[in-house]
Design a protein around this ligand. Structure first.
Ligand code: 4NP
Length: 154
């Protein structure tokens, strides 16, 4: 088995996937797992930018600093560099499938496929919402992060 390396993907890489990255990194540290973690997006609008201030505040309320992350665009090469790639919603999954190289070894699925009872469900985009929507995103990404860590630890 290769060392696990996990990539979270959304549209802008400033709201959902940085929150997923922060939540998952915290859970791996808590579990003593050594896993490479990153996140990426599909639109370059925010390339190089830190996460949305509402996402930074939401993670901070849960004791996690994501302020130094920087948005980047997902690439075909990511399929060779990561063992697990998680899309936040169906559009992200379609976008990933459109650049997926033939024969890559990565596992690709929706993030909430990890959470029993939430399979096939999207992490709602909080970008046009309010802080409470970011808290809902946080709850979703933490549930998935815990399930993933439990799976990787066994
Ligand atoms: P994210 O949210 O995909 O969770 O990072 C969005 C961020 C930016 C935009 C849309 C969604 N945008 O249209 O700029």
């Amino acid at each position: 088995m290769p060392e696990p390396a996990v990539l979270f993907v959304c549209l802008g890489n400033i709201c959902r996937s940085p929150l997923a990255e922060g939540a998952f990194r915290a859970e791996t540290e808590r579990a003593g797992l050594n896993v490479r973690v990153d996140s990426a997006g599909f639109e370059a609008f925010h390339s190089g930018d830190p996460p949305d201030p509402r996402a930074v505040r939401t993670a901070a309320r849960h004791g996690i600093d994501i302020s130094r992350l920087a948005s980047r665009v997902a690439t075909a090469d990511d399929f060779w560099r990561f063992t697990h790639i998680f899309a936040m919603d169906h559009r992200n999954l379609r976008d990933l499938r459109s650049i997926e190289p033939r024969g890559h070894p990565a596992h690709l699925s929706l993030l909430l496929d990890l959470v029993p009872g939430r399979e096939g469900v999207a992490v709602a985009d909080p970008y046009y919402g309010v802080e409470a929507d970011f808290e809902r995103t946080w709850a979703d990404v933490v549930a998935a992060a815990r399930a993933l860590v439990a799976g990787l630890a066994t």
